[in-house]
Design a protein around this ligand. Structure first.
Ligand code: ATP
Ligand code: MG
Length: 245
């Protein structure tokens, strides 16, 4: 754990609702080091997803900067930002966002196909297929290649979304409430996958409102009233990680 991979400085974001602005983030600063597993916590509506999208180069802040590996992600060209989002940052969305008309295999292939010409696709097809099979194995979804999202359970959809987020071996994985829509047992399975990825070196920033889930991370960042606060506790309950193994 040494290099800084992500630095957000004084990030602010408002939404205009009718005449009055809704100030969601009011100067949030945080850093993440390579190899870390950080949990962003806070109550519903406090701006966790908003912040994660900003950190993931998906939505620019009104004010402040986000640096990924030392580069301001909102000052590089759109093309460079797209490449960053496709190759370097994996995003697990709060509501999966799988493409409904594609099956599991195709959904996970999408990030590999972006930026690949038809000619290159021919020569890379076998390698891409291998990569997809590797991540499907990692998330335990090898038996569901031909299923479309509406033919999967919630946990299977989440696992497909994780597989898609990691297929390009991103240097940073952002996960927005990865267990939020799942039953406890399925949630534990998803967390076990994320913990294992982190043990293998994957840097992860995970949003959650659940202290038991946040306890699995190395470090917790609390968000309230648009700012990072000290939060109720910086220490993890010692017995929780064992239950997901
Ligand atoms: N596009 C938008 N336009 C207007 N308001 C928005 C928009 N997106 C989010 N908000 C508002 O900003 C606030 C923060 O939303 P956000 O989705 O970041 O919260 P959250 O902490 O992720 O909540 P949850 O835990 O319920 O997912 C909420 O009050 C929400 O209503
Ligand atoms: Mg959210």
């Amino acid at each position: 754990m040494s290099d800084l991979i992500l630095r957000a400085s004084d990030v602010s974001k408002s939404y205009q609702m009718g005449k009055s602005p809704l100030h969601v983030l009011r100067g949030v600063s945080l850093t993440v080091r390579t190899g870390e597993f950080v949990a962003i916590m806070g109550s519903s509506g406090c701006g966790k997803s908003t912040l994660l999208h900003i950190l993931g180069a998906l939505d620019p802040p009104d004010k402040g900067t986000v640096e990924f590996e030392g580069r301001n992600v909102y000052e590089i060209s759109r093309r460079q930002r797209n490449a960053l989002r496709n190759n370097a940052i994996g995003f697990i969305f709060q509501f999966y966002h799988l493409l409904p008309e594609l099956n599991v295999l195709e959904n996970i292939m999408v990030p590999r196909l972006v930026g690949t010409s038809i000619l290159a696709w021919r020569s890379k097809r076998a390698a891409i297929r291998k990569d997809v099979e590797r991540v499907l194995e990692q998330v335990g979804l090898t038996g569901r290649l031909k299923h479309r999202p509406d033919e999967l359970s919630g946990g299977e959809r989440q696992r497909a979304a994780i597989a898609r987020a990691i297929v390009n071996q991103p240097r940073l994985l952002l996960a927005d409430e990865p267990t939020g829509n799942l039953d406890v047992q399925t949630g534990k399975r998803i967390l076990a996958i994320l913990t294992r990825l982190n043990e293998q070196g994957q840097t992860i920033v995970m949003v959650t409102h659940d202290p038991a889930i946040a306890a699995l991370a190395h470090r917790r960042v609390h968000l309230a009233d648009g700012r990072v606060t000290d939060g109720p506790s910086q220490s993890a309950p010692a017995d929780i990680p064992a239950v997901i193994r």
